[in-house]
Design a protein around this ligand. Structure first.
Ligand SMILES: Nc1ncnc2c1ncn2[C@@H]1O[C@H](COP(=O)(O)OP(=O)(O)O)[C@@H](O)[C@H]1O
Ligand SMILES: [Mg+2]
Length: 354
């Protein structure tokens, strides 16, 4: 028998393409009308010019026409009222916060890991992208926040591009596969446009990326910080006091110098340093390792900070190429490259600081 319930059951199996949850669970089904064998479904969109309209229509038409006894399916669209939107956001755990001076405690991720370096060009973004991918391969839900607002590079490195939908005042992150979500300033501005951030604006942008993005429930939020140890680290420490710092260095960036600065910032901000990764550790030719940028800088830094050295990544063309074309070696590389990053992800996963 064709009833509203049978139609509802089918709709329960259809997801909103962006929010990745069933239409029924999102209260997006406004009405179902059945006249003989003709079914009309009315869908309440989160925003009237939803770019995913066509996909939703297609999925509903395919699903509902497969029900026994249905000969035609019509899909109509309406948009949610402000109250309906607010209810949806509450339901997704991103409702409006009560007005207080206290910054809200961010609970959508189990661990917040800020990736930091003493200087630029050491491969911090490359490492962030690869660890995020490795973590996702371990089945963890991972968010990637590109907090390098001037030099954003994660969209390119992860091979994710597009314009995120903004529902009301909340950004829906873009996705890479099932387990990675990403937000970057690169989605909002043109890569060739110079960006000038003044202090307070920078602070505000980072806070917004932390608080006003509809992240799923995450195991990890990785934050790719701008080079150096400045303002952004302090903003993050204020917004997420439980954040951990993962330090990326080359062997050359002299341990004493960087260690001193990172340790100072970690100390000042009360952030925990979770470990050190040495990048560009060596270059392999004919099975021989050449230590182009010196040796053991990462090990020294880790010792000084009294934290583990979580991995040593070689200088390799494939790593650079993978980053350039959005195919990180941690998932698209050789078995050795995959396990290199998988081992780091595992070590990080075992060092649960909660
Ligand atoms: N292990 C590596 N082997 C080869 N090239 C690398 C490696 N790590 C980073 N790179 C390259 O070095 C450049 C700087 O890396 P990037 O991740 O942008 O550094 P940062 O974020 O620290 O400024 C990029 O072109 C990147 O592809
Ligand atoms: Mg970078």
């Amino acid at each position: 028998m064709l009833t509203k319930d049978t139609v509802m059951n089918v709709l329960a199996g259809i997801e909103d393409p962006e929010l990745k949850k069933p239409l029924t669970e999102l209260d997006m089904v406004k009405s179902i009308t059945i006249e003989g064998s003709d079914v009309t479904v009315e869908i309440n969109l989160t925003t009237p010019d939803c770019p995913m309209k066509a996909k939703i229509r297609e999925d509903i038409t395919a699903g509902v026409s497969a029900i026994d006894g249905v000969t035609s399916v019509r899909v109509k669209f309406d948009a949610m009222s402000d109250e309906e939107l607010e209810r949806l956001k509450q339901k997704l755990g991103h409702g409006r916060r009560p007005e207080t001076d206290q910054p809200p405690k961010l609970t959508y991720a189990k661990r917040f890991i800020a990736v930091a370096s003493g200087k630029g060009g050491v491969g911090k973004s490359t490492i962030t992208a690869n660890i995020a991918v490795a973590m996702a391969r371990l089945g963890r839900k991972v968010g990637v926040l590109d907090a390098d607002l001037y030099g954003f590079s994660l969209p390119r490195m992860l091979g994710v591009d597009g314009q995120p939908t903004v529902i009301d005042d909340k950004i829906i992150p873009l996705r890479k596969g099932d387990n990675i979500q990403i937000v970057s300033m690169g989605f909002f501005i043109n890569e060739d446009e110079p960006v000038v951030w003044r202090g307070p604006l920078l602070h505000k942008a980072i806070k917004q990326f932390l608080a006003d993005v509809m992240w799923d429930e995450l195991d990890y939020l990785f934050m790719d910080l701008p080079p150096g140890t400045g303002d952004v680290t302090i903003t993050i420490a204020q917004t997420v006091p439980s954040a951990e710092l993962l330090v990326v260095t080359t062997p050359q960036a002299t341990a004493t110098h960087v260690a001193g600065r990172v340790a100072k910032v970690a100390d000042k901000t009360n952030l925990t340093v979770v470990g050190v990764i040495e990048n560009m550790a060596y270059f392999e030719v004919n099975g021989q390792r050449e230590y182009i940028f010196g040796k053991d800088g990462g090990k020294d830094l880790a010792r000084r900070l009294n934290v583990p050295l979580l991995g040593e990544i070689p200088l390799a063309t494939a790593i650079r190429e993978g980053a350039d074309i959005g195919k990180p070696v941690a998932s698209e590389g050789t078995e050795d490259q995959i396990s290199l990053f998988e081992n780091i992800a595992r070590r990080l996963d075992q060092r649960d600081q909660r």
